[in-house]
Design a protein around this ligand. Structure first.
Ligand code: NAP
Length: 281
């Protein structure tokens, strides 16, 4: 890597940050496009987030990504939010304007939809009801994105039922909260099944869900990408359902930020996927 004095700068803030795949991902695109730019990991303690964000324009950064635990606290620290970040209630991408102001965006929903379309070019949320498991931060981005795509109904199931009910009250009548005990029956005629919980991640138990009632043509996707093939995806594949793993969402959500900071719209390719996967081995 050779940087000039005019190199464009971006990075990712989190606490901790060592687990983040974003430096490998953006670094791969920077090298591919021969861009005079750099993307760095930044370990920022929660109590230092405001100062760190304000330092970015002073240091000449074009922007940054935010990861756990900074996505929600950043809502009140940026100068403005785009419509999606405001609705989702979290910021994962910051773009710094020519005047040094900070705009907070959220590209998780974009990444989710783009990864489904990359797997099935004719995929449409309008095909039928979606079943979303989980009601945390990731679920909020998925719900907003599916509503924007015209989904007719979202069946929302969460271990803690009150959280699903609260999301339904916030996001409107197309969200149908379903009791945890009713989750298997609620798969009837669902066109899409999305796991947004951490169940199935390495070290966690598998998601406790019988798929018998799910139509065989329904698309099944998991936001968990470590392991790439979660027990849920393996079970879905065994019964013949098409599946999409969580790595595609991670790769696609990075595209808008890279384009804004470095001026090139990057592509998600098998080579990029392999390069990022190699860092997870
Ligand atoms: P979060 O806000 O902490 O929410 C966690 C969710 O998991 C909650 O709905 C929680 O239910 C549920 N849960 C936890 N333990 C459970 C259990 N034992 N049984 C049933 N449900 C359980 O986390 P998040 O930010 O939404 O992230 C969720 C997952 O998505 C993580 O694995 C994260 O890595 C992944 N993710 C992936 C991408 C990607 O690009 N692929 C992007 C964002 C997130 P309760 O409300 O009952 O606690």
């Amino acid at each position: 890597m050779s940087l000039s004095g005019n190199a464009r700068k971006a990075g990712v803030m989190g606490w901790p940050i060592g687990h983040s795949r974003s430096p490998a991902l953006h670094g791969w695109w920077l090298a591919l496009h021969g861009i005079d730019g750099v993307y760095v990991p930044m370990a920022v303690r929660p109590e230092d987030l405001a100062a760190a964000l304000r330092a970015l324009p002073i240091l000449g950064f074009a922007g940054c990504n935010l990861t756990i635990p900074h996505k929600e606290p950043a809502l009140t620290l940026v100068d403005r939010l785009d419509e999606i970040a405001a609705r989702v209630g979290a910021v994962n991408t910051i773009v710094i304007g020519a005047d040094g102001s900070l705009e907070g965006r959220n590209t998780d929903g974009y990444g989710f939809i783009a990864s489904l379309r990359a797997a099935q070019a004719d995929w449409s949320a309008r095909r039928g009801p979606a079943m979303v498991i989980g009601a945390g931060g990731a679920a909020r981005a998925i719900i907003a994105a599916l509503l924007d795509e015209g989904v007719p109904e979202i069946r929302l199931v969460n271990r803690t039922g009150e959280r699903a009910a609260a999301l339904a009250a916030e996001f409107g009548p197309l969200i149908r909260p379903i009791a945890w005990t009713g989750r298997c029956a609620a798969l009837d005629e669902a066109a899409l099944l999305v796991n947004t919980t951490s169940q199935g991640m390495g070290g966690e138990a598998a998601l406790d869900l019988e798929l018998d009632r799910l139509p065989q043509w329904a698309l099944v996707t998991d936001l968990v990408y470590s392991p790439l093939e979660t027990p849920l995806l393996a079970a879905a594949q065994r019964r013949g359902n098409p599946v999409v793993d969580g790595l595609g969402m991670l790769l696609h959500q990075a595209r808008p930020g890279f384009a804004a900071w470095f001026g090139v719209v990057p592509a998600v390719t098998p080579e990029l996927r392999a390069a990022v996967l190699a860092t997870m081995a």
